[in-house]
Design a binder for this molecule. Structure first.
Ligand code: ADP
Ligand code: MG
Length: 487
């Protein structure tokens, strides 16, 4: 019997705003506990929420990027529950009328298949505080810095059918939110986390099975493993004639298994109702239009353009579009060197990526600006320097020795391509090594390398290798008589 897995993900992306969703307190990560909590974040009576316009703008940005509907009017709702890190006794979220609905994200899988993942909704909500279980030996600390930080909860339809599909979707969404600049995507800090809903059924035509929800898995690898484990577990349960319980489960990475945390509460348990302190959220068409006008070219569209219009290999296009900073850097180099997409891609993905890796710097903080790299590549293309010299110049530029022209001049690196100068050196070498010259003339091609080496030595390694080889060969072919005299 073959089972079909059904997976839907709820992704929580922390929106990259400076202040919180309903208060002016800083939303920055990592401050001393409870130094960034306004009166409303700690649940003091008599305080009122005011919605953060920037958070709304970022939510609209995602909505447009996934082709969703932006609700002209959406509603904030209270989700009521008690927890020590939720002093108000409710979380402000959106329930029946979310700001974003019915989107779609195209996801490319490892085997190049593309699946279209339907996004049911994305809604704005505030985060809760944090319970610090390790801060004190016999007590739990409460840090309310995170309370009220804006989240966008992005809810996929149950349309994913394997751990690999789920992770590919998660990665694609992760790239998108970072690309749009709406979330920093930092998974260690919890800025991007997901709950995975998993069920299995006996065939794709069967009704959906009962699901378990795996909470807060914060790495791509663990999401994949947790889902894989959960699918196996549910199949075992069902095949032994028992039923899957609807519940919340936790993934234990050390043991690579999920375990029950609590039975799943239903929406009714939360007594959702519209927040009386907040008016409905109205989004005027002008806001939607202005966000639409400022949307960047999206990663999949850019990737396709790189392959189809620039003629780059798919693998280069993938790597360049893995994140926006890399892709924007490449764009800027290419803009200065039109028509040289492959050369630019090679250097951005090769030499530059390696140097940044060694320096431990992201490309956004590259010591070389795109224009610097472009100048180096122009000199390479012009034949001023050889490929090998270009790598040396590049290393010197990274070391801070100046731009390409300055390094080339300072090191006297200019390649000798001038025919007269090369011929002079060649004739001297032929005169000094008549035996070897005779051997080459007699057809012993291997000896040519020796003579090339001698000319290189005589020119301090600056001879343009292609020109040198061609000239030397012609000289020794006997057709050298056609060449101008070196003197
Ligand atoms: P809740 O907020 O209570 O978790 P939702 O109805 O909003 O419930 O669903 C949340 C997620 O669960 C969605 O991503 C949805 O795709 C997924 N989901 C719903 N039913 C199933 C199912 N039977 N199997 C797998 N995933 C499911
Ligand atoms: Mg849920």
């Amino acid at each position: 019997m073959s089972w079909q897995a059904v997976i839907g993900l709820e992704i929580h992306a922390q929106l990259a705003t400076r202040s919180k969703l309903f208060s002016g307190a800083s939303a920055a990560y990592g401050a001393e506990p409870n130094t960034q909590a306004a009166a409303i974040d700690v649940g003091l009576p008599g305080t009122l929420p005011v919605v953060n316009d920037e958070a709304v703008r970022l939510a609209v940005t995602l909505g447009l990027a996934i082709g969703a509907r932006i609700a002209p009017v959406s509603v904030f709702a209270r989700k009521n529950y008690f927890y020590p890190d939720l002093p108000k006794g409710y979380q402000i979220s959106q329930y029946e009328r979310p700001v974003v609905a019915d989107g779609m994200l195209a996801v490319r899988l490892d085997d190049d298949r593309v699946i279209e993942v339907r996004i049911e909704r994305a809604h704005l909500e505030e985060d809760a505080g944090k319970s610090l279980h390790d801060a004190f030996s016999t007590q739990t600390g409460i840090d309310l810095n995170r309370a009220g930080v804006p989240l966008l909860e992005i809810v996929s339809a149950p349309v994913l059918h394997s751990p690999a599909e789920a992770v590919a979707y998660l990665r694609t969404m992760h790239r998108l939110v970072r690309w749009l600049g709406i979330c920093d995507g930092n998974m260690q800090e919890g800025s991007f986390r997901c709950d995975a809903n998993v069920s299995v059924r006996r065939s794709p035509q069967a009704p959906l099975g009962t699901r378990a929800e795996i909470k807060n898995v914060n790495s791509f690898r663990f999401v994949e493993k947790a889902i894989a484990y959960e699918i196996e577990r549910q199949i075992r349960v069902l095949e032994s004639g028992e039923a899957v319980v609807q519940e919340t489960r936790l993934y234990d990475a050390a043991q690579d298994r999920t375990r029950s945390m609590r039975s799943k509460e239903s929406a009714d348990d939360y007594r959702y109702f519209p927040d009386p302190d907040l008016p409905p959220l109205a989004i005027p068409p002008e806001l939607v239009a202005s966000v639409r006008a400022s949307l960047p070219e999206l990663p999949e569209a850019r990737r396709r353009r790189y392959v189809e219009a620039l003629g780059l290999p798919a693998q280069d296009a993938d790597q360049l579009c893995a994140d926006r900073d890399t892709s924007d850097y490449f764009e800027a180099v290419l803009a200065a060197l039109p028509g040289e997409a492959k050369l630019c891609a090679n250097w951005v993905l090769g030499e530059l990526a390696a140097a940044l890796n060694t320096l431990g710097l992201p490309i956004a903080r590259s010591p070389l600006a795109p224009a610097d790299l472009a100048l180096l590549l122009r000199r390479l293309r012009e034949g001023v320097i050889s490929g090998k010299q270009a790598k040396d110049v590049f290393a010197a530029m990274i070391a801070g020795e100046g731009d390409a022209d300055a390094v080339i001049a300072a090191r006297g690196l200019v390649q000798i391509s001038d025919e007269g100068a090369l011929l002079a050196a060649i004739d001297q070498v032929i005169a000094a090594h008549p035996a070897q010259a005779a051997q080459v003339r007699a057809g012993q091609d291997k000896v040519l390398g020796f003579l090339v080496g001698q000319v290189m030595k005589a020119t301090g390694g600056k001879a343009n290798p292609q020109r040198l080889n061609a000239l030397l060969r012609t000289r020794l072919d006997g057709s050298g008589a056609d060449l101008p005299s070196a003197s």
